[in-house]
Design a binder for this molecule. Sequence first.
Ligand SMILES: C[S@@+](CC[C@H](N)C(=O)[O-])C[C@H]1O[C@@H](n2cnc3c(N)ncnc32)[C@H](O)[C@@H]1O
Length: 237
Amino acid sequence: MACVAVMGLRAQILPVSVWQAVAIQAGLAALFSRGFRQPVWWLPIHLLFLPTVLMGLSWQVPAWLYLLTLLLLTLLFWGTVKGDVPLFLSSSAVSEALIEIVSREQAQAFIDIGAGLATVVVPLAKARPDMVVVALERAPLPWLLARWRCRNLANVQVGRYSFWEQDLRGFDVVFAFLSPLVMAKIGEKVRREMRAGCLFISSSFPIPDSHPESVLELNDSRKTKLYCYRIGGSLKS
Ligand SMILES: C[S@@+](CC[C@H](N)C(=O)[O-])C[C@H]1O[C@@H](n2cnc3c(N)ncnc32)[C@H](O)[C@@H]1O
């Protein structure tokens, strides 16, 4: 919308340079974005998109670099275009809290159902070498990095398939850091498959219409909340 407005103005009335037109477009796009109440993280995208394109054109970046960037982003974010959860990582405070929880629970088997770069799995597996740790990651690049990071950890298995295909029956503690969009469906899966007495922990996003047994608020930069659900207790089937 902002692009069309500026192109029209430039053709008709505005005696501005291309860079000035791009700056006006970026400002208008940002304003429209606020007007349409888009989330605030859209702002830098609107402000930087066209200036970056113009800079790329004026620097005469070789075409293969665009292709390589697209390829890397696709391998990193994989199913995000289809609605899968993107990659963002837990803090070390989350891993520390999980280490305490699995010890208290005397867990023998733990799974991270969207493991990213194994940020949570690696410290957990090191702290509890006696516990089986499974990391599922569907995006190829994070999966490869997770595999590499876990290469010397005998108690870790890294799988490259969707958590929807994984039966959760064998795990004492299941960890997820996903998105609010999938939490209702995850709640159904957890209720259906996990054994009574086991623990489901969701970082940042609660299961709708369910009461967690406890909520841990961590002292990291995001003030992460860990929602802990006891199967058969706070989470009834
Ligand atoms: C928000 S990141 C969390 C990464 C890691 N668990 C952490 O806490 O640092 C979510 C990850 O889940 C992965 N993911 C999304 N949908 C998935 C699916 N259906 N099966 C397996 N992994 C999935 C994404 O590729 C992404 O790496």
